[in-house]
Design a protein around this ligand. Sequence first.
Ligand SMILES: [Zn+2]
Length: 82
Amino acid sequence: MKRALVLNAINPRIGGVLIRGEKGTAKSTAVRALGHLLPQIAVVPGCRYGCDPSLPDELCVECLERMASGAACRTLAAACRS
Ligand SMILES: [Zn+2]
């Protein structure tokens, strides 16, 4: 689990980590602890995928539709999600 979380933090294009295990084995605690160690990142407010506004070629469909409708693409510093 530790290796999977670290690799996903290094390269989020991995697509996430599915963690399963017995109740009370600190799965959520490990993920939260790693999240506190990661730097703040810029994200599009309201985007469920946390798109990076500085990479317009990699925005999700929802962000592209918002931009096409003329909505301003603001930036919000948010905790990195892994
Ligand atoms: Zn998005």
